[in-house]
Design a protein around this ligand. Structure first.
Ligand code: F6R
Length: 607
C-alpha cells in the first residue's frame, strides 16, 4: 500500500527519496512523486503515474541539489491513479504526503473555499487545512499541523514540508506507521524501515497520536497535544541482503527457497528436540494463565487466516479441551460475537499493519481479552499493541504474495499450542512426534524444495492456458487447498477456488469441464480412501486432475507431483511448498509481474 519517505540532511534529497521509493515498491502502488526544497525556498514537485521508473525519468530531467524533501508511492483510494491525484499535494506553502484515509474530507473540503482543488483526494484537503492554519497567523508549521489534525477523522501517517521553512519536516501518525531514521547530520523518514536499511541502524518508531519536528540534527517528538515525549531510539536489525534478490529472478522465488533458513529463525531457541520441549518466550502468559485457556480466537486476513485455519486443524488434535476459532478479520470486526471466559486471541499478521486485523485486535483487547501477536514485521503497529507477542522472525517478505510468512506462522501457532498442551499436562507421547517433525521441518523443506522446483516449470507450461482451477483437500489439507488457490489467483490471475474434497458433490462438481483443471492434495493415511473417491468423481466427469501427494495410488490422473517424505503430521506444510512453486511458475509462464501482481498491495493499511 502507499509508502512515505522523507529526507533532511546534507546529501542529495532526490537521490535518497528515489531509492527509498524503490525500496517501498513492493508494497504496491500506481503512482509516485517527490517534492524537494532548496535553501532559496524554491520547491520542485515531480509526479508520475505508473512505475517508479517513470518518476525517475522526470527526475533525470529536473535534477536538483536540494537537501530536504518528501516522497510517496500512492495506491489509489480517492480518485483514479492520475498525476494530479499523486502525492505530494500542494496547498499554498505546504507540501504533504499522506498514508491512510481522511474520512471527513468532504465536510472539511466545503469549508476550505479559498483553496482551488486540483485533485480528487482526501490528502489535498488535509494539505489545504494545514495551509489555512499556517497562513492565518504567526504559528509554527508544527502547530499548524496539530491544529489541522485535531479536525480530522480517519487514519494518517504524514510528512509535511513548508517552502517557508527549508530546514524542517513535520511528521505525524495515527493508524498508519512512520519511522524516523537517525543519521549522522541527516534525518530520514519512511513508512517502513526497509527504506532506511543501509542508511542508518537507528530508528524512532512513532506511536499513534505522536508528531515530530525534525531537522538534520534534531528530532523532537510530542503528542498531538504538544506534550513532550521521550522517544526511544531502536535498532534496525534488517540488513541489506534481506531486502535484495540475492541472485534469484524474483523475490517470490527467493522467499520460497529461503524457507529452510527463515523457519530456522522461527524455531531458534524455542524448541528442544532431544527433550521434546517447546519454549515460547514472547506471549508473556504465566503457566496458570496458559492452563486456564479454553478458547483460542485466531484472527487474520488472506494467507494469515489460512495459516490460522491450518494451525486450528493441527492444534485440535492435541488440545482436547480448547475450542479453536479461526476468524477473518474483516468479518469479525463487525460481528457481535460472544467471547467466552478463558479466551486468548492470537493476532496473526506478516506486516503487522493490516487495518482489519488491527481493528480486531483493538476491539478484542477492549473487551479485556488477552491478545497475543504472531507477527513478522518488527516494531509494527500490531506487534506494539498486543499484550504479548511472538515474532515469527521470517525476515522481510518483499514479494506481495505471502509464502515464507505462512510457513512460519503455522509453525509459531503450533508451538504456541504445544506450550499450552505442555502446561495442561497433555501426554508427552502425543506431543513428541509433533515436536520431532517441527524440529526436522527446515531440513525437510530444503529437501522438498530442491527436488520439486525443477519439476514445476513443466507442469506450469502444461496448465498455464486454463481459465479456471479448483483446489481440493480434506482435513488439514483443506486450508492448504485454500492457500494454494489464493496463491494461484493472485499472481497468475487464473480464477481459482478451493473446496473440501467431500463438498464437491454438493455443488462445485457442476463446474467441471475443459476450461478447468483440478489440483487435489492427497495425503496418505487418514481420509486417503475418501480423497481417492473424490478424485474418481472428478475423473468420471472428464476432469483434468493434478495430484500433489506423498504416496502412490492407482488412478489415471493427468499429472502427479509426489514428495518423498517420512512426515505424517506436518506433511500439509510440505504440500504448500508445491502450491507456492506451482503458482510461481504459472505466473512466470504467463509473463506476469510476479512480485507486484496487479491491483494488490503488500500491506493493506486501509479498510
Ligand atoms: C496473500 C497475501 C495476503 C495477506 C493478507 C494479510 O499472499 O499476501 O492475503 O496474507 O493481506 O496480510 P498480513 O499478514 O500482513 O496481515
Amino acid at each position: 500500500m502507499c509508502g512515505i519517505v522523507g529526507y533532511v540532511g546534507e546529501k542529495d534529497a532526490q537521490e535518497f527519496l528515489l531509492q527509498g521509493l524503490k525500496r517501498l515498491e513492493y508494497r504496491g502502488y500506481d503512482s509516485a512523486g517527490i517534492a524537494t526544497l532548496n535553501q532559496e525556498k524554491q520547491p520542485t514537485l515531480l509526479r508520475a503515474v505508473g512505475k517508479i521508473k517513470n518518476l525517475e525519468e522526470k527526475i533525470k530531467n529536473h535534477r536538483t541539489s536540494d537537501h530536504l524533501g518528501i516522497g510517496h508511492t500512492r495506491w489509489a483510494t480517492h480518485g483514479n491513479p492520475t498525476e494530479n491525484n499523486a502525492h505530494p499535494h500542494q496547498a499554498g506553502s505546504i507540501f504533504l504526503v499522506h498514508n491512510g484515509i481522511i474520512e471527513n474530507y468532504q465536510d472539511l473540503k466545503k469549508q476550505l473555499t479559498s483553496h482551488k482543488f486540483q485533485s480528487d483526494t482526501d490528502t489535498e484537503v488535509l494539505a489545504a487545512l494545514i495551509d489555512s492554519f499556517y497562513q492565518a497567523g504567526s504559528i509554527s508549521l508544527e502547530d499548524a499541523v496539530t491544529q489541522a489534525l485535531k479536525l480530522v477523522k480517519g487514519t494518517f501517517g504524514i510528512a509535511v514540508l513548508s517552502v517557508l521553512d527549508p530546514k524542517h519536516l513535520v511528521v505525524a501518525r495515527s493508524g498508519s506507521p512512520l519511522v524516523i531514521g537517525v543519521g549522522d547530520q541527516e534525518t530520514l523518514i519512511a513508512s517502513d524501515a526497509s527504506a532506511l536499511v543501509g542508511h542508518t541502524k537507528k530508528a524512532i518508531y512513532l506511536n499513534d497520536g505522536e508528531i515530530a519536528l525534525v531537522s538534520k540534527d534534531h528530532i523532537e517528538v510530542k503528542t498531538l497535544d504538544l506534550q513532550p515525549v521521550s522517544a526511544q531510539v531502536e535498532e534496525i536489525l534488517t540488513d541489506l541482503s534481506a531486502i535484495q534478490k540475492g541472485g534469484y529472478d524474483h523475490f517470490l522465488l527467493k522467499e520460497i527457497m529461503e524457507q529452510p533458513t527463515s523457519l530456522k529463525e522461527t524455531l531458534r531457541g524455542r524448541i528442544n528436540q532431544s527433550e521434546h520441549f517447546v519454549h515460547l518466550g514472547g506471549p508473556g502468559l504465566t503457566p496458570k494463565e496458559l492452563k486456564s485457556i479454553h478458547h483460542l480466537i485466531m484472527v487474520g486476513c488472506g494467507t494469515a487466516y489460512y495459516a490460522a485455519q491450518t494451525a486450528a486443524y493441527l492444534l485440535e488434535q492435541f488440545l482436547p479441551d480448547v475450542t479453536i476459532e479461526p476468524v477473518i478479520a474483516s468479518e469479525y470486526r463487525y460481528r457481535q460475537a460472544y467471547i467466552p471466559d478463558h479466551s486468548v486471541a492470537l493476532i496473526i499478521s506478516q506486516s503487522g499493519e493490516t487495518a482489519d486485523t488491527l481493528a480486531c485486535l483493538r476491539e478484542i483487547k477492549g473487551q479485556g481479552i488477552k491478545t497475543i501477536g504472531i507477527v513478522n514485521a518488527i516494531g509494527s503497529t500490531i506487534a506494539r499493541e498486543v499484550d504479548g507477542g511472538t515474532y515469527v522472525h521470517a525476515g522481510p517478505e518483499i514479494s506481495v504474495a505471502s509464502t515464507k510468512a505462512f510457513t512460519s506462522q503455522v509453525t509459531a501457532l503450533l508451538m504456541f499450542g504445544l506450550t499450552i498442551a505442555e502446561v495442561k499436562g497433555v501426554n508427552s507421547r502425543l506431543l513428541a512426534p509433533i515436536i520431532e517433525e517441527i524440529a526436522q521441518l527446515p531440513d525437510e523443506i530444503a529437501r522438498i524444495l530442491q527436488s520439486v522446483n525443477p519439476l514445476m516449470s513443466n507442469l506450469a507450461h502444461q496448465y498455464k492456458d486454463y481459465q479456471h482451477a479448483i483446489y481440493l483437500g480434506r482435513d488439514v489439507n483443506y486450508p492448504i487447498a485454500l492457500e494454494g488457490a489464493l496463491k494461484l489467483k493472485e499472481i497468475s490471475y487464473i480464477d481459482a477456488n478451493a473446496y473440501p474434497t467431500g463438498e464437491l458433490k454438493h455443488g462445485p462438481i457442476a463446474l467441471i469441464d475443459d476450461r478447468f483443471f483440478e489440483v487435489v492434495i492427497l495425503q496418505s493415511g487418514f481420509l486417503f480412501q475418501k480423497s481417492l473417491s473424490g478424485i474418481q468423481e472428478v475423473l468420471a466427469r472428464g476432469g483434468h486432475v493434478v495430484v500433489f501427494t506423498d504416496t502412490d495410488f492407482d488412478l489415471p490422473v493427468e499429472s502427479v507431483i509426489k514428495i518423498d517424505t517420512n512426515f505424517t503430521i506436518l506433511t500439509p506444510i510440505l504440500f504448500n511448498l508445491l502450491n507456492q512453486l506451482f503458482a510461481y511458475h504459472m505466473a512466470v509462464a504467463k509473463g506476469n509481474n510476479v512480485d507486484q501482481p496487479r491491483n494488490l498491495a503488500k500491506s493493506v493499511t486501509v479498510e
